[in-house]
Design a protein around this ligand. Structure first.
Ligand code: GLC
Ligand code: CA
Length: 554
């Protein structure tokens, strides 16, 4: 491995914080920047290298910050620019880099640009958004993910036109065709880089180029809007311009949220020779086990482990020679990792949560680890629609209800995958509201905080929290886990993910049992001679116990 290939963002464990749910400092029930400042030492204690914060820019919060009304201001709920500066300094003093969330496919309808744009057809900001004049007739169908009627066109009386909103009606899509708009976005990004921010996660960046003029959906997409939105004709032209004019000028990292990316096209984004972005993350894993992706309905029989393995392997192979991958098992758009991929029953919760942590930290690719997963926090599984705060769940409920669909099936599916499962407040201790707030939390706290909380785990030697800390240390001391070549074994195995990571002649074998049964594995190594280096059980005798994960030297 030459020094040239080494990059800080390749070696990083990225810890993602959903600021609304991390720590409330002023009792209004909403997490904020001063809350993060209070907890900087906790974050430092984890050993993570980078923190990614979900959007903190000014926003009316139709979609919790994914609707920005000012790209250079801090959301009122979260604090002030002084708080931001202090927080950034606090991270940097602790050797932690800070990555923000750039939501540039759309803005809030309360952004000044949109307020102007909707005023008249000849307003200077008109072309900051996508408009369809009503005299042309009803615009061709476009799917909206968050609209009560799934319609991405909203009629606006003032100018007798429709505007495009792939997400909620309060999230109009920005028009990247307009060079002025692109410069506004670049200016905002420069503003944060000049402050010392270390990178951006780019929200649905694959959607920024629209297939103009809006035609009927080409047949080849056959209702698959995600794919269609992600293959706009000027996407790479824009990303290259963005890179040339802004990104390449700083030592920062970029990661695309990549809905619609696949193993055939992902290198177009992250091949270093193309000068676009550093990394991208895909949705193939999170899409597993669905009966209906658009309506978020799940299959009663669950997800398939063999398919899970195939997807991870297929994606890893793409980056054998070029580019760089990412691994994650949860974020603010998905349920809790242990509930989705492990087993959150009392007996297995801690074991399976450590198992998943082992898997994430030993696969090739930059690790994105979602806050609270280090404690094994679980899905809250609301029974009532009134408990949900997420616009996606609320509006899909309305849509399915208006279509006379099966709401019981929907509510059951939401218990498995609703985004609010992963957004409940962080469980700090066993005091009221889990120590998250002295007020009324914006989203209910999971009642299991008395058993699952950071304070209790901090002092318990073999807690999931300490396991995470120790494994991060181990990973840093064993570069095989970062840069090592990967090889996969026993693909047919119904329980075990088996792979090795090899660098400069030293080989580590990782065996991860994803099931509650004991399991054996067929690998070309003498397991009796292998040295047990790390794992979630005290030892390894050749048979994997329920949810056992081991790192062996072979
Ligand atoms: C991305 C975000 C999600 C948000 C959506 C619209 O998928 O991760 O949370 O709701 O984009 O901005
Ligand atoms: Ca607050």
């Amino acid at each position: 491995m030459s020094e040239l290939q080494r990059k800080w963002w390749k070696e990083a464990v990225v810890y993602q914080i959903y600021p609304r749910s991390f720590k409330d400092s002023n009792g209004d029930g909403i997490g904020d920047l001063r809350g993060i400042i209070e907890k900087l030492d906790y974050i430092k204690s984890l050993g993570v290298d980078v923190v990614w914060l979900n959007p903190i820019f000014k926003s009316p919060n139709d979609d919790n910050g994914y609707d920005v009304s000012d790209y250079c201001g801090i959301m009122d709920d979260f604090g002030t620019m002084e708080d931001f500066d202090e927080m950034l300094k606090g991270f940097h003093e602790r050797g932690i880099k800070l990555v923000l969330d750039l939501v540039a496919n759309h803005s809030s309808d309360e952004h000044f640009w949109f307020q102007e744009s909707r005023k008249s057809r000849d307003n200077p900001y008109r072309n900051y958004y996508h408009w369809w004049e009503a005299e042309k007739g009803t615009p061709p169908k476009r799917w909206s993910f968050f609209d009560e009627e799934a319609n991405a066109w909203k009629y606006d009386e003032q100018t007798d036109s429709y505007y495009l909103h792939i997400f909620s009606v309060k999230q109009p899509d920005l028009n990247w065709e307009n060079p002025k708009l692109r410069q506004e976005i670049y200016d905002a990004v420069r503003f944060w880089f000049e402050k010392g921010v270390d990178g951006f996660r780019m929200d649905v960046i694959t959607f920024i180029s629209k297939d103009l003029p809006f035609k009927e959906l080409p047949e080849k997409y056959n209702g698959n809007f995600v794919q269609y939105y992600a293959e706009g004709p000027k996407l790479h032209e824009y990303l290259q311009e963005f890179n040339r004019e802004v990104l390449s000028k700083y030592d920062i990292m970029t990661v695309a949220e990549g809905p619609g990316t696949n193993t055939e096209n992902v290198l177009d984004f992250v091949d270093e020779d193309r000068h676009e972005l550093n990394m991208s993350y895909h949705f193939d894993i999170s899409n597993l086990g669905h009966k209906d992706l658009a309506k978020k309905l799940m299959l009663p029989e669950g997800w398939d482990f063999r398919e899970f393995k195939e997807i991870f392997i297929k994606w890893d192979k793409v980056f054998d020679k070029k580019g760089w991958g990412t691994v994650y098992l949860g974020n603010h758009d998905f349920p809790r990792m242990v509930s989705r991929w492990g087993n959150d029953a009392t007996e297995f919760r801690e074991l399976s949560s450590k198992m998943l942590t082992t898997f994430l930290l030993t696969m090739r690719g930059t690790v994105y680890y979602y806050f609270g997963d280090e404690l094994g926090m679980t899905n809250i599984r609301f029974d009532n629609i009134e408990d949900y705060r997420d616009i996606m769940t609320i509006n899909l409920h309305k849509l399915i209800s208006s279509e006379g669909g099966d709401l019981d099936e929907f509510m059951w599916s939401q218990k498995l995958i609703a985004r609010d499962n992963g957004r409940t407040p962080f469980q700090w201790n066993d005091s009221e509201n889990a120590g998250f707030t002295s007020g009324k939390p914006w989203l209910k706290v999971n009642p299991n905080y008395k058993e699952i909380n950071a304070e209790a785990q901090d002092t318990t030697e073999n807690s999931p929290l300490n396991y995470f800390r120790n494994l991060i240390k181990f990973r840093k001391e064993n570069l095989e886990l970062i840069y090592g070549k990967s090889e996969y074994y026993d693909l047919e195995n119904e329980s075990v993910f088996a792979y090795s990571r090899e660098l400069n002649g030293r080989k580590l074998l990782i065996l991860v049992n994803f099931k509650e049964n004991e399991a054996t594995v067929n690998v070309p190594f003498d397991l009796e001679k292998a040295k047990h280096l790390f794992g979630n059980y005290a030892d390894f005798d050749g048979t994997l116990k329920p949810y056992q994960a081991v790192i062996l030297e072979v």
